[in-house]
Design a protein around this ligand. Structure first.
Ligand code: FNR
Length: 184
């Protein structure tokens, strides 16, 4: 199973990027996680949609080639980041590669509620006609107060959170496999 990870924070020391790397390494025997860049994508604009740059076409091709997408979202002012929305807008247009492709989402924030609002908005966005990506109900992975749960090197050291994500993976992986088989 090949999963594309789209991380909504573009900053170098992003906790969400570290969370994606934790998932990539911990479950490497169960699925391949390819972390995709979104910081270099131009702002979506209908004027350039029909002649997109290679950054855009490569990004879309990588998503098209994946069996499923893992969204790793920060929360900015109670919703997803602008960078993530921009990537989603591109994906909703050229070839509409998300249609029917299953999604899983996780998120980390420094606030207590761990991206709960951002993830609710993201689920809603994924149901837009240009995306139509199924998301397993429940199964939320909300990592709040993430700065207290990672060490200086960015390792996830909170045992409860590690165990919780193990359980979420056990739950979501068979569902992603089934959905991607239906989709392909
Ligand atoms: C934040 N942060 C934040 N946290 C939260 O729990 N709820 C929120 O609504 C917001 N809003 C917000 C807006 C903006 C513009 C910034 C820069 C930050 C704090 C946020 O959780 C923290 O900066 C995380 O470290 C961002 O994720 P990354 O970049 O570490 O992945």
């Amino acid at each position: 199973m090949k999963i594309a990870a789209i991380v909504g924070s573009t900053r170098q020391n992003s906790y969400n990027l570290k969370l994606a790397k934790h998932i990539q390494k911990r479950y490497e025997d169960r699925f391949t996680l390819q972390i995709l860049e979104i910081g270099h994508l131009p702002f979506y604009n209908q004027d350039i949609e029909h002649d997109p740059s290679s950054e855009v076409t490569d990004f879309i091709q990588n998503v098209a080639d994946a069996d499923a997408v893992l969204w790793v979202t920060p929360e900015y002012n109670g919703t997803i980041s602008g960078a993530l929305k921009n990537a989603i807008d591109w994906l909703s247009r050229i070839d509409q590669v998300m249609i029917g492709k299953p999604s899983w989402m996780v998120g980390a924030s420094m606030g207590a509620l761990g991206t709960v609002k951002a993830q609710a908005h993201l689920r809603d966005i994924l149901f837009a006609p240009g995306l139509s990506s199924p998301v397993l109900p429940g199964n939320e992975v909300l990592v709040g107060a993430v700065h207290e749960k990672m060490d200086e090197q960015g390792n996830l050291i909170d045992e409860g959170t590690v165990a919780f994500i193990d359980g979420a993976v056990d739950n979501v992986l068979p569902w992603l496999e089934k959905q991607s088989a239906v989709h392909s």
